[in-house]
Write a protein that binds this ligand. Structure first.
Ligand code: UDP
Ligand code: MG
Length: 319
């Protein structure tokens, strides 16, 4: 009987023709090492998910798969973003394997850490989070924005593992339960902790991108943070409620003060204070409406229950 776990390395790729030829052999080599050390099943695979790339990424995946069945691929019908591409890969892989490891295809995450992840799985963990132990190779700006991102998320009630992105091992058992999370607004790193099961972390150094450019400039990072918060927590709405209570109290005191001033005949034409109060309240109200609107928008999107990804092409074994 063979009870070595079958591993699928799931790699979302968007316009990565420059970096794929560098990292694909590295993933393959890692599989070989893990197989040789007897930790995983020889039928383990690298599964690329082409997220609607506009360059030769999918052709490259197809060529690699034809030359070596250890490489498999799925092609999405259009670009759906990193989270959806990854979700697609995980959902398709779970039918065919015992464990998945998700990783970016740019070589930034230490591929060698997979060894420790598999060890942790063999020791009983069902989810193993890859955590960056330092960010020395990132620019100061990237480091600062990324760390503020994690802090903001946690303050706003979206519990995530600090400095963990989407490099993680998840067992098929967890993925089976995860398949019941049907929301379209997904933020995987915040959702896996909700599934529960035994989990642990593995620490690694983060490298520079081997080639090509990041798809996460500040604007997309902010969008991701906002999506993460609004998909995982209603804390912003609570903050608004709290703010409303505080401001109402202050307004009550102000009214008392105004009444006393009027009764004692000291009321003067104070347009400055009126203007400030009106402007302040107007601003707060608009922001609050915006935040609530964001949640209403999310409800709108969720009620449609549109598919989260559509696969248009598959390599042989994935058919
Ligand atoms: N990616 C994707 N779809 C997108 C954008 C990115 O599948 O719309 C993939 C990309 O190919 C890479 C991973 O997501 O494997 C992370 O992207 P990137 O390295 O650009 O982000 P960063 O590491 O700079 O945060
Ligand atoms: Mg990257």
């Amino acid at each position: 009987m063979n009870n070595k776990p079958k591993l699928f390395i799931v790699v979302p790729c968007y316009n990565e023709e420059e970096v794929l030829p560098l990292t694909a052999p590295m993933f393959r080599e890692e599989l070989r090492k893990l197989e040789e050390s007897g930790k995983i099943d020889p039928e383990s695979r690298v599964l690329f998910v082409n997220d609607g790339s506009k360059d030769r990424t999918w052709e490259m995946i197809r060529e690699m798969s034809a030359a070596d069945p250890h490489f498999q691929g799925l092609c999405l019908s259009r670009n759906r973003g990193h989270q959806n591409a990854l979700l697609c890969g995980l959902m398709e892989a779970r039918e065919k394997c015992d464990i998945t490891i998700s990783i970016d295809c740019d070589g930034q995450d230490d591929i060698g850490a997979m060894d420790q992840m598999v060890d942790a799985y063999l020791d009983g963990a069902e989810i193993v989070y890859g955590v960056r132990s330092s960010r020395e190779t990132d620019t100061f700006f990237k480091r600062f924005t990324a760390q503020s991102f994690y802090k903001l998320l946690n303050r706003m009630g979206a519990d995530t593992v600090y400095n963990h992105a989407d490099y993680r091992l998840v067992s098929a058992r967890v993925l089976k339960e995860f398949a019941n999370f049907r929301e379209v607004n997904i933020f995987l790193r915040g959702m896996f902790p909700l599934v529960g099961f035994k989990s642990t972390s593995v620490y690694y150094e983060r490298n520079e991108r081997l080639a090509g450019e990041s798809h996460y400039p500040l604007k997309r990072m902010l969008a991701l943070a906002f999506d993460g918060i609004t998909s995982l927590s209603v804390k912003p709405i609570r903050i608004i409620t709290g703010l409303g209570v505080v401001i109402s109290l202050a307004a009550f005191l102000l009214i008392l003060y105004a009444l006393i001033a009027w009764i004692t005949g000291r009321a003067v034409a104070g347009w400055a204070s009126t203007l400030i109060a009106v402007a302040f309240l107007g601003g707060i109200q608009l922001i609050s409406l915006g935040v609530i609107g964001e949640y209403v928008g999310k409800i709108f999107l969720e009620t449609k229950q549109r598919p989260r990804y559509i696969v248009s092409e598959r390599t042989d074994e994935m058919k």
